[in-house]
Write a protein that binds this ligand. Structure first.
Ligand SMILES: CC(C)(COP(=O)(O)OP(=O)(O)OC[C@H]1O[C@@H](n2cnc3c(N)ncnc32)[C@H](O)[C@@H]1OP(=O)(O)O)[C@@H](O)C(=O)NCCC(=O)NCCS
Length: 180
C-alpha cells in the first residue's frame, strides 16, 4: 500500500461506534444526550451523583472524529448501570436522535454484558414505559422478559400516567457467558 493510500485508509477506516467507560468528565455530554430521550432530563450533577453510588458504572458511545479533517468526536449515547452484589439494574440508556437505529444501543448493551460477566453478575433488571416500543423491542431482542408491572409509574408532562414494565434478563449466568 502506498503511503498516501495508507493515510487514506487510516483516516477512513475508523470504527463508526467506539465505547468508553462513562466518567464524571462526560457528565455534561451525557446530560445533553439524556435530554434527547426523556421529558425529565438529568443535569450533569445528577449524572455525577448517580455515578458516585457504589456499584455504579456506565459506558459512553461516540463516533471518533477524523483528525485529518479536524472533525471532533461525536457523542452518540450512553448507558448507566447500578449493581449490588450479584444483581444489576439499567438505570438509563439513551441514544441521540440522529444516531438511533444504527446499532448504538446494541453496542452499549454488549459493553454492559461484558462488564457483568467480568463482575460475575448474573441478573439484570430494568423498568420501561409500556408505550416505549423501540426500547421494549431492544430488550426482547436481548433476551429480557417481562416479570412485573408498576401501575401508573410514569407521569407524562401531559398528565397522562403510564405503567412501567419490569423486565429481567431471563437466561441468567449462561447467556452472560460464565455459567456454562
Ligand atoms: C431505545 C433506544 C435506546 C434504542 O437505541 P438504538 O441505538 O436506536 O437501538 P439499536 O439501533 O441498537 O437497535 C437495536 C434493536 O432495538 C430495537 N429497536 C431500536 N429502535 C427501534 C424502533 N424505532 N422500532 C422498533 N424497534 C427498535 C430493534 O430490535 C433493534 O434491532 P434491529 O436493528 O435488529 O431491528 C433509543 O430509541 C432511545 O434512546 N430512546 C429514547 C430513550 C429511551 O426510551 N430509553 C430506554 C428507556 S427504558
Amino acid at each position: 500500500m502506498s503511503p498516501s493510500a495508507q493515510r487514506d485508509y487510516a483516516t477512513t477506516q475508523r470504527p463508526q461506534i467506539a465505547v468508553v467507560p462513562l466518567t464524571a468528565a462526560f457528565a455534561e455530554v451525557a446530560s445533553a444526550l439524556h435530554e434527547e430521550g426523556f421529558e425529565d432530563c438529568w443535569d450533569a450533577d445528577a449524572i455525577i451523583r448517580l455515578l458516585d453510588v457504589p456499584g455504579a458504572f456506565g459506558f459512553l458511545a461516540f463516533r471518533p472524529g477524523n483528525e485529518a479533517n479536524h472533525d471532533k468526536d461525536e457523542p452518540l449515547g450512553f448507558v448507566l448501570i447500578q449493581s449490588v452484589l450479584d444483581e444489576a439494574e439499567i438505570v438509563t440508556i439513551v441514544v441521540g436522535r440522529q444516531a438511533r437505529q444504527s446499532g448504538v444501543a446494541r453496542k452499549l448493551l454488549s459493553a454492559v454484558f461484558d462488564r457483568l460477566r467480568d463482575k460475575r453478575i448474573g441478573r439484570l433488571l430494568l423498568e420501561v414505559a409500556e408505550d416505549n416500543a423501540p426500547a421494549i423491542a431492544l430488550y426482547l431482542q436481548y433476551g429480557f422478559e417481562e416479570v412485573g408491572r408498576r401501575k401508573n409509574y410514569y407521569r407524562r408532562k401531559s398528565g397522562r400516567e403510564v405503567d412501567a414494565l419490569v423486565m429481567e434478563h431471563t437466561h441468567g449466568h449462561c447467556v452472560l457467558g460464565w455459567g456454562d
